[in-house]
Design a protein around this ligand. Structure first.
Ligand code: NAP
Ligand code: MG
Length: 402
């Protein structure tokens, strides 16, 4: 069979630890034998980020704006332990936060449903898609560790010199303060991405914040959503028979648990970070969650929702066998290939990516899976495979589908 040709390169963002190992296996076993793969490669592994003073992350995000489609491997977000482990010059920011800030997009995450893996929430029958606002708030914060007594103030100085000033707190002793921000522009494009995606996928859209407590900050999100909905999307929603509704975040959490799924839950940045992990786990496994960052200027970045699976990597380094689930990382590739195929009008590429997704699902439904999946599967006699053999089993299924 001739390899499928590509026109525009994908922006390939390599990453860290176990997912970096899977990345290579996926390319070698599932992509390179079938596609004349064109990528512009950026090594976002922590060592290379450190060598380039994190410039490689910025370059990869700019390349995504240029070409339109990126696929990203999970990466380490440095913390104190990583500073020593990798002998870092600086505690570099989360690559995802840097990329999101440059693309100013919205992240949509949805579980991959497989027969035999039953959600923990018994009434969840359909996937819940979480839309995470990908800009600002605590991810772009400025923090001060207050050394002792004194006055903390919030000051805005307008370009014309006018000043707005609020006292945050009069400290009697040491403490902490944090400044966060968002912009009406980013909130508006978040709202539009969510309304647009709801229309594309014909699903209801839920949105929630803590506007009763945060009467200006969170309330601003609520107002912008409502205004844009009323002006630009209400008619289309009514025509399709789908609904937009706003509620308090506490109420949303309760309703989500009681629902049967099949809607988009729009979340502020932090809520989306936390709730997507909860929703993914409740659907089965974080390794069965897809993720795509959609930027308002039409760029897409696909990745897995999970991290670098550090514990498995340390086992791998010790020469022990690992059974790490590569499905979400494979779906990052298939998402990117499908989008590239759509944009460049290469139907074979789209069809290949769809078959690869089908092969992942079918392999698990046929009883071949990784250890973590076997623990949550109702399959009676699952065949538990190691990381590479699982990918090879998917290849076998794929070849039978091609
Ligand atoms: P993690 O890599 O998501 O893994 C947490 C645990 O979940 C694993 O130890 C494993 O459980 C299970 N797990 C996750 N993915 C799995 C898979 N594909 N197959 C099988 N099991 C899987 O989170 P973490 O250990 O908290 O974070 C590790 C690093 O990832 C951190 O440095 C963090 O900064 C980074 N991170 C990156 C991203 C990203 O780039 N998008 C997102 C989150 C975290 P068991 O060990 O029990 O088997
Ligand atoms: Mg998270």
């Amino acid at each position: 069979m001739a390899k499928i040709a590509m026109k525009t390169p994908l922006v390939e963002m390599d990453g860290d630890e176990m997912t970096r190992i899977l990345w290579k296996m996926i390319k070698d076993e599932l992509l390179l034998p079938f596609i004349d793969l064109k990528t512009e490669y950026y090594d976002l592994g922590l060592e290379h980020r450190n060598e380039t003073d994190d410039q490689v992350t910025v370059d990869s995000a700019n390349a995504t704006l240029k070409y339109g489609v990126a696929v990203k491997c999970a990466t380490i977000t440095p913390n104190a332990a990583r500073m020593t482990e990798y002998n870092l010059k600086e505690m570099w920011k989360s690559p995802n936060a840097t990329i999101r800030a440059i693309l100013d997009g919205t992240v949509f995450r949805a579980p991959i449903l497989v027969k035999g893996i039953v959600p923990y929430v018994a009434n969840w029958k359909k996937p819940i898609t979480i839309a995470r606002h990908a800009y600002g708030d605590v991810y772009k914060n400025v923090e001060i560790k207050v050394p002792g007594a004194g006055k903390a103030e919030l000051v805005f100085t307008g370009e014309d010199g006018t000043e707005i000033r609020e006292v945050i707190h009069n400290f009697n002793g040491s403490g902490i303060i944090q400044g966060i921000h968002n912009t009406d522009k980013s909130i508006s494009s978040f709202a539009r991405a969510c309304f647009g995606y709801a229309i594309d996928t014909k699903q209801d859209l839920w949105f929630a914040t803590k506007d009763t407590i945060s009467k200006k900050y969170d309330h601003n999100f609520k107002d912008i959503f409502q205004e844009i909905y009323d002006k630009e999307y209400k008619a289309k929603f009514e025509e399709l028979g789908i609904e937009y509704f706003y509620t308090l975040i506490d109420d949303a959490v309760a309703r989500v648990i009681r629902s049967d799924g099949g809607f988009i839950w729009a979340c502020k940045n932090y809520d989306g970070d936390v709730m997507s992990d909860m929703v993914a786990t409740a659907y089965g496994d974080l390794s069965m969650m897809t993720s795509v960052l959609v930027s308002p200027n039409g760029a897409y970045e696909y990745e897995a929702a999970h991290g670098t699976v550090q514990r498995h990597y340390y086992k791998h380094l010790k020469g022990e066998e690992t059974s790490t689930n590569s499905i979400a990382t494979i779906f990052a590739w298939t998402g990117a290939l499908k989008k590239r195929g759509e944009l460049d009008q290469i139907p074979e590429l789209v069809a290949f990516a769809e078959k690869l997704e089908k092969a992942c699902v079918k392999t698990v439904e046929d009883g071949k899976m990784t250890k973590s999946l076997s623990l949550i599967s109702t399959c009676e006699h699952p065949v538990i495979l190691n990381s590479l053999d699982f990918i090879k089993a998917i290849r076998e299924t794929l070849e039978s589908l091609l």
